[in-house]
Design a protein. Structure first.
Lengths: 160, 660, 292, 289
């Protein structure tokens, strides 16, 4: 449907080389990162060469408050194994109040997903500041571990 | 079908050392909408940028994706590049292959490459949905409003006015001057306050660019940066400023005496009065609460004696509405009320006074003509005890914060007392002596060494009257013994606290206050004089306790920010702002409450329904106030609020792309 | 007899010209249904009835009269009244243009299985009425009859707790079985006073919030999104559930969110007054912090 | 109204007058007092300085017994009151502490009942009007300095009146037609046990209070604490011997004594005959015989 996804080659195909097959399964985590804190924190992790699993794909948003719960549902529908929403610590929001709304919205969202039968480990929200490269590394690593333990997400998926 | 160009940067080996850039480019070439894809060693270099510009022409690309480092690093660089290549700079996206891929997945080249491809696909998917954006421009009213006519307000006004901008000072009291006008001498130089403030007040009054509206208050503020519309209430002065010459006859003749606020109720003023002789404007007001004419209808002497018949009992409050480009808030502080301290007599002992009281007692033009006489029996005190941190650093009875000025003014007071009263003795009870400032520590040393003030480290637990003396009992925590001193007068260094109406003003201006009700700066370190509301700046103690030098310095800083703003004819606003699809907006305005910048407001539009024109409410975004956080877009259920550059379509496309 | 009072009141309002239309209920095709009616002529007021089958929440019909000449009168039970508050808060209805005639309501009845006449007092209350906590209108300009005493209602969150008790997979299976039945007729949305957007995001084309195909995933997307959209705004009238042709437990999702809002941000009862702001339209600095 | 009555050691010994007069006042006010059966030491001064839990457990046992009866406790002695109130608050504040205490006392005090002191019950709660109403005699302008000491006003949440300038007893004196002289030493330290243990220090404190009272023209001092009373009453002769030029003769009263007398009791039966400093003179002066 939207952005006629069928037309796009899937990364699996790209790496369809034989050695790819013996790559262990790597979960796919979609991350929504606010531009001022978490995205900067992720960049810092890079600058400090902190290694973490290649499972996460960050989508840059100006503020965690820009993240619409519908984005999360859509990600799961399209086959994400986990979703992370991350922004500035309360009180540090570049837009002063955005993350307070994030907090309310996703406290509810988290519980709703759980209510619908999605394992809570698959949806996480975190505060990661621009100086917390190590925290970003640790969050992604942890989340990847947790999700690996759960295996690929089949719930809510409409792909394949 | 778009024509996207994808440019994969090796960044030397930074990216290429881990990610197979060639493979990434090749794969990208196969993506829908991608017309051209290539990789190159250094995209940000001159040749790299030329490569992009040429490709735009050769393959007539309409969108560009650069897969290199973090957009936080080079987004501006490449936007400029494609703009000079003939494209709208916003038809551009970056894929972060360095900070968020090669550098963090060095140990897994294969999956790093897979991720790199995903990130490029994501960028392509997004850029396809990008639309050309234009920065909008707003005009700026070349006039500033300064709220508060204390030393900070005056300084800010003078600086802004000297830069050639009209300035209005709105002062609550009948005269400008503020707290500094009440002070006798200033530390650490002991030069007379009036001698340095007076000239500034006169400069302000005479300045062609400065208009002083005293005895007035800001009642309402509309609009936004560059275009504030401010309603000022000029309280009825009962004196026609145009006619009045300030001769003062009315004040002499007025029969009604009232405690003078300016003299901390230690002296008297008339019912028609100027707060102090050097007042600016030096024209009186009638205090209608105490004036006999207003109370009983009789009297009316001032009107009779006024040679130019300027006295007007019928005068009404006047509302002035003016446009301003910038606002400086310099409303200062008020004194902490020490009646909270039972051990100091609940404010009931007449001879337990505050620092400002002492200032008036020392001041040559004060109620005692500069003779330090204690209030109760006008006896000259031979022994004086000073108690510091009354209401400061005391969460139980006062405030948690340090008021910053008390240590120094207490030292000053001790010095002045021993100068004015030969053979007198001063005791200072303190917690810590904090003297951070040029010449401050030296001044404090002089106070103890040359002027023989006796500093006792410890809190005072009780003050009680014994005959005509006051017994001050405390602890000397350095020797661990209780101490008792009998003195004639006690001076409390009471805390500075926000004006009681600070919260109300904050609401009117749409700025915020901190836990102690001081106005909050936009950033504690990097934006100390800005507020979260563009175009509104802070000066002086209104932002937190400050002494005169700091207030003046900050006033200058606030002024320069205001000048910078007013120096432009119009200012550019960010292109990535929210926009409303009015045809779909139902005007529920939930977005309005969520916007931290008050950028969203209701607007009425006309539309044709069933053959007749009807009015309908919709949300409308003020592009010059919107900072592009996008909070409103999520609040909007119908999704008819969208953040340009981060639209729902764009983000959904990204989600689709990375999930494949 | 309320019906009499209704007719007099309506007649009076229409004759005096204080309102141009009166929205109420009239007897439907069968003895066990009463359907909305819109009356603009005094002589027609005798069509109005109030019996134990006036289940429809009339609040939302006011939206159709936003641009009407003069005032519109509407009869409001407890739930309708909260609905009106919702619409006024959302600026969809101008309080000054509506005249609210309150009717205390002791609950509406299920339609019987068979069509032949029977003693309606034997019929069970509608689910939404069994759970109703506001039988009396919370806002009105004129009140007919005496307030009914607050009924002892079963714990409105018991259903939610039952589901919360299941394991993740059981929950998922449960909702799958429910949402696989959804035919996306949008009746729930259309009946809901909180769903008052000009154009629902699911109808907007180009945005692709929702796939057009009717499969369980998209149905889930719809259900969860609608739940989030009415979060803190749902007035618990239960219309969504009542009108659902597939009998899906929609209120179990709305109540789940309501329960969480109460636990996390303090008690909220949307539509009880015009003052209270929706939970997601505000925040407290000391909201629970679970994301550190 | 009915209270569980906790006399504590003082009111059965040195403070007997307080005991007698309190009971009389209670009777006049129609308040029933039921002494707590098998009560134990409140632990004042000694216990809480040696072991925190002991300091809580001792009063807790007494409170537990009273709780069985479902009665609030009336503890006239300031020290007893202070300890019991401290315990009450501690138990109400923390489930954990409550458990710990229960384990020690092997009785569970739930915090359903609380403790009050005589000044609270007879003046604060009863109200000045009630006090006036019961008075058959007036103090006739007797100049009285109200002395509260520390335990009734400190610490903040335990105290029953303003920490710096308490007024309850002053108001009572005024209500009974006396003149409550205002003075700065209402809450000075009376020396507690120091006059015995550290004579110099302790006596100085007593001396300061008495001489301040004298200097503000007080004819009598009224107090609500047995220990204060003893120090102020018993030490006067001692001071007169030791401190040259001092000749204290200030009668000290428990506020309950003055109340009882004003309510029509014979001074003797109210306990006023048992003081070290003679009271008959001043009582005669204001014909309160």
């Amino acid at each position: 449907m939207s952005l006629n996804s069928e037309a796009l080659p899937k990364s699996q195909e790209v790496t369809a080389a034989p050695e790819a097959s013996n790559q262990p399964w790597e979960p796919k985590i979609v991350g929504f990162a606010c531009n001022w804190c978490t995205y900067a924190g992720a960049d810092l992790a890079g600058l400090s060469r902190l290694q973490y699993p290649p499972s996460i794909r960050l989508i840059r948003v100006p503020c965690s408050g820009r993240t619409n719960p519908q984005f999360i549902i859509r990600a799961f529908q399209r086959g994400a194994d986990g979703v992370l929403v991350a922004g500035c610590h309360p009180g540090d929001c570049h837009y002063s109040t955005g993350n307070y709304f994030t907090r309310r919205r996703f406290l509810l969202m988290q519980r709703l997903l759980e209510y619908m039968g999605i394992d809570p480990a698959r949806f996480q929200a975190r505060w990661i500041s621009g100086s917390e490269g190590p925290k970003f590394q640790q969050v992604v690593t942890q989340m990847t571990e947790d999700i690996k333990a759960l295996g690929p997400n089949r719930k809510m998926r409409d792909v394949e | 079908m778009r024509r996207v160009g994808v440019f994969v940067c090796h960044c030397g080996t930074n990216i290429n050392g881990v990610v197979d850039c060639e493979k990434v480019a090749k794969t990208a070439a196969g993506f829908p909408n991608v017309a051209f894809a290539t990789d190159y060693k250094y995209m940000c270099t001159e040749p790299g940028q030329d490569l992009i510009k040429n490709a735009i022409k050769e393959h007539n690309l309409d969108r560009v994706v650069v897969a290199s480092c973090s957009p936080r690093m080079h987004e501006p660089t490449f936007r400029a590049c494609i703009e000079s290549g003939g494209l709208n700079p916003y038809l551009f996206e970056m894929a972060n292959l360095r900070e968020q891929c090669s550098w963090v997945h060095a140990n897994n080249k294969e999956l790093a490459t897979v991720k790199a491809i995903d990130l490029v696909r994501k960028a392509v998917a997004k850029v396809v949905k990008n639309e050309p954006l234009q920065k909008s421009r707003i005009s700026i009213t070349k006039r500033a409003l300064v709220i508060g006519g204390g030393v900070a307000g005056i300084q800010a006004a003078l600086d802004i006015a000297d830069a050639g901008n009209p300035v209005t000072i709105v002062e609550k009291e009948p005269s400008i001057g503020g707290r500094m006008a009440q002070i006798d001498k200033t530390f650490p130089t002991i030069d007379c306050s009036a001698c340095i403030l007076g000239p500034k007040m006169v400069d302000a009054a005479k300045h062609p660019n400065i208009e002083i509206i005293s005895y007035a208050q800001v009642e309402h503020v509309d609009g936004y940066v560059g275009n504030f519309e401010v309603t000022i209430r000029k309280k009825a002065r009962s004196v026609d400023l145009k006619k009045c010459t300030g001769c003062g006859t009315c004040q002499e003749k007025c029969p009604t005496k009232v405690d003078s606020e300016f003299d901390m109720k230690l002296g008297k003023r008339k019912a028609i009065y100027t707060p102090f002789p050097q007042a600016v404007p030096n024209k009186p007001v009638i205090d209608r609460v105490n004036c006999t004419k207003f109370k009983t209808g009789k009297c009316g002497i001032c009107q009779k004696v006024c040679p130019v018949d300027a006295v007007d009992y019928e005068q009404q409050d006047e509302l002035i509405i003016e446009k301003y480009g910038a606002i400086v808030v310099a409303t200062g502080y008020q004194q902490f009320d020490h009646s909270a301290y039972g051990e100091y007599g609940y404010g009931k002992y007449p001879d337990v006074i505050t620092g400002l009281h002492l200032e008036r007692l020392i001041n040559a033009s004060g109620p005692t003509m500069g003779k330090i006489k204690r209030p109760s029996d006008h006896k000259i005190p031979e022994t004086v005890a000073f108690i510091q941190c009354v209401g400061s650093r005391d969460e139980a009875k006062g405030h948690a914060y340090c008021s910053r000025t008390c240590c120094m003014y207490t030292a000053k007071h001790a010095t002045l007392v021993s100068e004015k009263i030969p053979g007198s003795k001063s005791y200072v009870f303190y917690m810590d002596v904090r003297t951070p400032g040029k010449g401050y520590e030296e001044f404090y040393k002089r106070t103890t060494d040359e002027y023989g003030a006796q500093y006792i480290r410890g809190r005072v637990s009780k003050i009680y009257e014994k005959g005509d003396k006051l017994v001050v009992r405390g602890e000397d925590s350095l020797i661990g013994r209780p101490v008792e001193v009998e003195v004639d007068m006690v001076v409390l260094a009471v805390a500075m606290e926000p004006q009681s109406d600070a919260g109300e003003l904050a609401r009117i201006l749409g700025i915020s206050v901190d836990k102690d009700k001081w106005f909050t700066e936009a950033h504690p370190k990097l934006k100390p004089v800005e507020t979260h509301t563009a175009g509104i700046f802070l000066a002086g103690a209104a932002q937190g306790p400050k002494d005169i030098p700091d207030s003046v310095a900050q006033a200058g800083a606030a002024a320069s920010k205001a000048i910078g703003l007013l120096s432009k004819v119009e200012m550019e606003t960010d292109a990535m702002v929210s926009s409303v699809d009015e045809s779909r907006c139902s005007g529920c305005l939930i977005c309005k409450g969520i916007c931290p910048y008050k950028a969203i407001d209701a607007k009425m539009i006309q539309e044709r329904v069933g053959g007749k024109m009807v009015e309908r409410q919709v949300a409308s975004v003020n592009k010059s106030l919107c900072q592009g956080c996008g909070a409103c877009t999520v609040a909007c259920r119908a999704g008819c609020l969208n953040l340009l550059g981060f639209t729902n379509e764009q983000i959904l496309a990204e989600v689709e792309a990375v999930c494949l | 007899m309320i019906t009499e009072k209704m007719r007099t009141a309506a007649k009076d309002l229409l004759e005096k010209g204080e309102v141009t239309t009166v929205i109420g209920w009239e007897k439907g095709t069968f003895w066990y249904n009463s359907t909305p009616v819109f009356i603009s002529k005094p002589e027609e007021v005798d069509r109005l009835v109030f019996d134990e089958f006036c289940a429809n929440n009339l609040a939302k019909y006011l939206m159709d009269y936003r641009n009407a000449e003069g005032k519109t009168a509407v009869f409001v039970k407890g739930c309708d009244a909260r609905g009106v508050n919702r619409l006024v808060q959302d600026y969809q209805v101008n309080r000054d243009k509506v005249f609210l005639i309150g009717i205390p309501c002791s609950g509406m009845k299920e339609a019987p299985k068979t069509a032949e006449k029977q003693d309606s007092s034997k019929l069970p209350l509608l689910k939404k009425c069994q759970e109703c906590a506001t039988p009396n209108p919370v806002v009105y300009d004129l009140l007919l009859g005496d307030p009914v005493s607050e009924r002892q209602v079963p714990d409105r969150f018991s259903g939610v707790e039952a589901i919360e008790g299941k394991t993740a997979d059981e929950k998922y299976a449960y909702w799958q079985s429910m949402h696989s039945q959804c035919i996306r007729c949008y009746a729930c949305r259309n009946a809901c006073p909180a769903c008052n957007c000009r154009e629902c995001c699911f109808d907007a084309n180009g945005l692709n919030w929702l796939g057009k195909q009717n499969n369980v995933q998209e149905n889930q997307m719809f259900a969860m999104t609608r739940a989030m959209h009415v979060a803190g705004r749902c007035i618990e009238c239960g219309e969504c559930e009542r009108v659902c042709p597939m009998g899906l437990p929609i209120m179990e999702i709305n109540r789940k969110i309501l329960k969480d809002i109460n636990e996390l941000f303090g008690p909220q009862d949307a539509g009880m007054s015009l003052e209270d702001k929706p939970a997601l339209g505000q925040f407290k600095l000391d909201d629970p912090e679970k994301f550190m | 109204m009915k209270y569980a009555y906790y006399p504590g050691c003082s009111l059965h010994s040195t403070g007997i007058e307080y005991d007698i007069s309190s009971k009389l006042v209670a009777k006049r006010m129609g308040i029933e007092l039921k002494e707590i059966p098998d009560w134990n030491c409140c632990g004042a001064s000694a216990a809480h300085t040696t072991n925190h839990m002991l300091g809580l457990a001792l009063p807790a046992r007494n409170l537990a017994i009273a709780e069985k009866e479902g009665l609030d406790v009336l503890a006239p002695c300031a020290a007893c009151y202070n300890r019991m109130k401290t315990t009450e608050l501690a138990v109400k504040a923390s489930e954990q502490t409550k458990q710990k205490i229960a384990n020690i006392t092997e009785m569970d005090y739930q915090g359903n009942i609380g403790v009050k002191t005589a000044l609270e019950v007879f003046v604060k709660d009863a109200g000045l009007e009630a006090v006036k109403a019961l008075a058959t005699k007036t103090l006739g302008g007797m100049k009285v300095a109200a002395y509260y000491g520390c335990l009734l006003v400190r610490p903040h949440d335990v105290g029953i009146d303003d920490m710096e300038n308490p007024m309850l007893m002053d108001d009572m004196v005024t209500a009974l037609g006396g003149e409550a002289v205002q003075w700065p030493f209402k809450t000075e330290c009376c020396g507690a046990s120091l006059p015995t243990a550290k004579g110099k220090v302790g006596l100085k404190l007593v001396y300061d209070i008495l001489s301040m009272a004298q200097s503000v023209g007080a004819e009598a001092i009224v107090t609500a604490c047995p220990l204060c009373f003893v120090n102020l009453d018993m030490r006067q002769s001692d001071l007169n011997k030791k401190v040259s030029g001092s000749s204290f003769k200030i009668p000290i009263f428990y506020f309950t004594e003055l109340m009882a007398i004003a309510f029509g009791e014979k001074p003797a039966s109210a306990g006023a005959g048992k003081h070290f400093v003679n009271t008959s003179e001043i009582l005669a002066k204001y014909n309160l015989k």
